[in-house]
Write a protein that binds this ligand. Structure first.
Ligand SMILES: [Cu+2]
Length: 148
């Protein structure tokens, strides 16, 4: 009886040690969106024709700006999508970082952009401290501009 109890205990300890640490770390929980939150592009305007470099000004109401890495309720940082959009699956994960997905993790509210001549779309998406869009996502209406 005593030996059996010892074996059972050993088996339990082994199983506990075998569990990888990552399995115990829950995935990042996306931050909830407060009612009335909206993000929008102040400049340029939809349909504008301009030359590079040009300034893009970000607008946000109903929420605050916090730098990336700072977890604070009802805040986030801007992301500019250039000639792309986020799929339903992508909206549940950290926003990629490349030429089409620009992060403003320092809390910036404007940027200078240089784009090749032609038509382009711009869209803003707010991401939480972990770069994950809020639930529901706070996204601007996409605008189309023409670069001379
Ligand atoms: Cu980000």
């Amino acid at each position: 009886m005593r030996a059996l109890r010892h074996i059972a205990l050993s088996a339990f300890v082994c199983l506990s040690l075998a569990a990888p640490a990552s399995a115990q770390t829950p995935p990042p929980v996306p931050a909830p969106t407060p009612a009335g939150a909206a993000v929008y592009i102040i400049n340029p305007k939809d349909g504008d024709t301009l030359s590079s470099p040009f300034k893009v000004v970000f607008g946000l109401t109903g929420m605050g700006i916090a730098p990336a890495g700072v977890e604070k309720p009802n805040t986030g940082h801007h992301h500019l999508l250039i000639d792309t959009t986020l799929t339903a699956d992508e909206l549940k994960a950290p926003i990629p970082s490349d030429d089409k997905h620009k992060h403003f993790g320092g809390g910036q509210t404007e940027t200078m952009l240089t784009l090749p001549p032609g038509q382009h779309t711009l869209q803003l998406v707010l991401g939480d401290w972990n770069h994950v869009p809020h639930v529901p996502p706070v996204m601007s209406k996409p605008i189309t501009i023409t670069v001379k």
